[in-house]
Design a binder for this molecule. Structure first.
Ligand code: SAM
Length: 205
């Protein structure tokens, strides 16, 4: 049971999809994460979208010419993703048991993206291991890119389960070094009191 399934319930795929479609229709930018990855990586680069949900980011990255593999544990979210982009690689996997040696993941990734509050929505107690597993999917000098809330205003939860200091410590244990941190996906300077962080950690070992 992930914190996501606790908060969103079993059949969240269609409702999430409808909410995101309404955002896009109202003129809001729903591609900040894709723009951020595009700024880091040449076209054709390989991206793992970890906790891809309905595929909001993975589909856009595929359209932009990246080689994308997308993973989520929630079947209702993946059903929407598969319907939207049947030819992308969608894997129903729990990040807490992800195996970098499985054929679809072998060869590693230039970027592992963990967007949309996935880190605080993991199952309690699995976070450090998930970060270690994601790091093991990176190529040398590959980047782990994560965006998540650090206050209640930026989380769909009743508490704040993950502090940035903890996340940085899990990354360090996994051999990752903090390269950059921003407040937003469009690179506003990071300010801890604002309650959101976009972190870029590099695989240096
Ligand atoms: C708020 S949604 C974000 C979806 C997508 N990244 C986006 O930004 O549109 C959080 C997603 O994290 C996924 N998730 C949470 N824990 C997970 C786990 N242990 N393994 C795989 N996916 C997980 C949920 O199933 C859900 O689809």
């Amino acid at each position: 049971m992930t914190r996501w399934s606790d908060a969103a319930g079993k059949d969240s795929g269609e409702s999430c999809h409808a909410r995101m479609a309404a955002f896009a229709a109202s003129g809001q930018d729903v591609h900040g994460e894709a723009d951020f990855v595009t700024s880091l990586l040449a076209a054709g680069g390989r991206v793992l979208d970890a906790g891809c949900g309905t595929g909001r980011v993975a589909v856009e990255l595929g359209v932009r010419g990246f080689d994308v593999v997308a993973v989520d544990v929630d079947a209702s979210m993946l059903a929407v993703a598969r319907r939207t982009a049947p030819t992308l690689t969608w894997l129903e996997r729990d990040l807490a048991t992800l195996d970098h040696a499985e054929p679809a993941l072998a060869g590693g990734f230039d970027v592992v993206l963990v967007a949309g509050n996935v880190v605080p929505l993991l199952s309690e107690g699995t976070e450090a291991d998930v970060v270690r597993r994601l790091a093991s999917c990176l190529r040398p000098h590959g980047l782990l890119v994560a965006g998540f809330g650090t206050d209640l205003g930026h989380l769909p939860l009743d508490d704040v389960p993950v502090a940035l200091e903890d996340y940085d410590a899990w990354c360090a244990q996994a051999g990752l070094v903090l390269r950059e941190r921003f407040l937003t996906w469009d690179r506003e300077p990071f300010r801890a009191e604002q309650g959101y962080a976009v972190s870029v950690h590099e695989h240096r070992t």
